[in-house]
Design a protein around this ligand. Sequence first.
Ligand SMILES: *[C@@H]1O[C@H](CO)[C@@H](O)[C@H](O)[C@H]1NC(C)=O
Ligand SMILES: *[C@@H]1O[C@H](CO)[C@@H](O)[C@H](O)[C@H]1NC(C)=O
Ligand SMILES: *[C@@H]1O[C@H](CO)[C@@H](O)[C@H](O)[C@H]1NC(C)=O
Ligand SMILES: *[C@@H]1O[C@H](CO)[C@@H](O)[C@H](O)[C@H]1NC(C)=O
Ligand SMILES: *[C@@H]1O[C@H](CO)[C@@H](O)[C@H](O)[C@H]1NC(C)=O
Ligand SMILES: *[C@@H]1O[C@H](CO)[C@@H](O)[C@H](O)[C@H]1NC(C)=O
Ligand SMILES: *[C@@H]1O[C@H](CO)[C@@H](O)[C@H](O)[C@H]1NC(C)=O
Ligand SMILES: *[C@@H]1O[C@H](CO)[C@@H](O)[C@H](O)[C@H]1NC(C)=O
Length: 423
Amino acid sequence: MKIAISFAILAAATVHGAVHNSTVSATSAADKFPVIGQMGSSIEGASVNHKGELFAVNKTHFLSLKTGTSDPRNPRLVGPGDKTSYFASSRFTRSHHVLIGDALGHSIWQQDYNGTVKRRWHGRFAKRAYTPFLINDKLLQPNDFTINQAETYLYMSGMNYTATTQAGEHGDVWFYNIKTGTHKQVAKDVMRNAGIHRCNGIDLSPDDKYLYVTSGQNYNDTVISTKIYRFEIDPATGEPRNPTTVVDLYQVLANAGVKARERGMDPDGMRMDIAGNLFITLNAIPGVLRWSTTIPGNATYIPLETVDAPSNLEFGGEDGKTLYIVGRCQDREKACVDAYKHNIPGRAITNLRLSGPPGTGNSTITPDPGTEFPTMPNPPNTNGSSSPSDADQEEKRRELLEWIKVVEKYIAKWLKDYNPSKN
Ligand SMILES: *[C@@H]1O[C@H](CO)[C@@H](O)[C@H](O)[C@H]1NC(C)=O
Ligand SMILES: *[C@@H]1O[C@H](CO)[C@@H](O)[C@H](O)[C@H]1NC(C)=O
Ligand SMILES: *[C@@H]1O[C@H](CO)[C@@H](O)[C@H](O)[C@H]1NC(C)=O
Ligand SMILES: *[C@@H]1O[C@H](CO)[C@@H](O)[C@H](O)[C@H]1NC(C)=O
Ligand SMILES: *[C@@H]1O[C@H](CO)[C@@H](O)[C@H](O)[C@H]1NC(C)=O
Ligand SMILES: *[C@@H]1O[C@H](CO)[C@@H](O)[C@H](O)[C@H]1NC(C)=O
Ligand SMILES: *[C@@H]1O[C@H](CO)[C@@H](O)[C@H](O)[C@H]1NC(C)=O
Ligand SMILES: *[C@@H]1O[C@H](CO)[C@@H](O)[C@H](O)[C@H]1NC(C)=O
């Protein structure tokens, strides 16, 4: 009984919590990232490369906020900007180059260097050596996504913004097993039973054991409830399961004197540090909430100087401890960026700096063929069922392109080092 009561108190503390106001605000970083001034109101999807430099998307562009287009080795992607495409998220990886989420394209694009996207015959766009990492029209969006440390599992969130939302119908969470190319949606009845509405912010715990996802409920065109849910990750399969509420944002912020509900706050992007602090953008109000997932009730409201409606955030800077927050400025037309000095590095940049296969996460890297021949893998099995799905075909295409790249490297090395005509 006593145990049950203390658990109940602990649970209440976790969901309702005590928040203190940060004495330190996030301050403008526009001088460091001059490109911010051209990003416009659709600014979203912040990410950093291994150097800790900030990138972001708007509806049509993915680019460095420091250099824009001037550094040819910085990845840059330009979409058509029509009703087939709306960039909403981005991430650098060690082994899959840069990934850019396209909410209207129901896709994640994989970008190596500097590509401009062109239309493809079936309405989506791509160009030579440019591969869709994932396309699935059953996804509501994706709005944002996160990847585990091994870069084998990817998790996506999405929403259908309607006047009155229903749990399980207007928000989704998807799991993508990168190795097998399998897409799996968290079952609608699991979402419904947990009370999860529109999904937006998404990130993993530093140990990849839990997945945190936001939920926003609309009633008659008003956001009436905003929460954060925690899923357990099945260690064997990587699938998210058993969602439970961990934060009631309106309640927590009201306790701190922040009138989030009255101001229509709708949580947007979230990012984790390596100690389990979750940073949540409070879209519509100029603030970010730091919430400890390990110490119940330890939370801070961080006011923002120039970002009035934050949409996304990421840790960067040389030590990986500077939190960059992007969003709309006070005029709600332009894009602004603020920076907040934290004392712990971010999860994404820490993972990115692990040694591993070079991706464009390391934009200073030059591929070194080394002294050994690259291992020649067998060609992927392109035998499929008689009527493979689009996703299967895309996956096969991707595998084949990867294999061709390795073979090309092999041949180039052979020509360079062993070509008998050299002697
Ligand atoms: C996105 O950003 C680029 C570069 O800053 C800008 O040229 C473009 O107009 C922006 N797109 C939108 C839809 O605001
Ligand atoms: C990137 O684009 C610029 C301008 O379009 C071009 O000059 C440069 O060579 C490209 N870099 C790469 C690595 O393709
Ligand atoms: C979005 O929700 C509306 C209202 O429930 C529905 O009519 C529409 O079909 C939904 N769209 C998708 C893509 O599920
Ligand atoms: C929905 O909002 C409209 C406009 O504010 C209002 O007239 C209507 O009564 C509301 N309906 C319900 C069921 O609350
Ligand atoms: C915390 O800051 C918010 C926003 O600046 C303010 O509305 C609120 O009153 C503050 N709360 C406390 C307890 O000082
Ligand atoms: C709350 O979390 C912050 C950030 O991780 C940490 O510095 C602080 O010591 C924690 N406070 C308590 C009471 O644990
Ligand atoms: C990235 O490049 C730097 C400098 O070339 C190098 O020191 C570092 O080890 C590289 N990191 C990764 C993850 O390859
Ligand atoms: C693919 O199909 C061909 C012809 O049916 C068969 O000979 C071959 O062994 C198959 N390859 C694999 C890897 O299954």
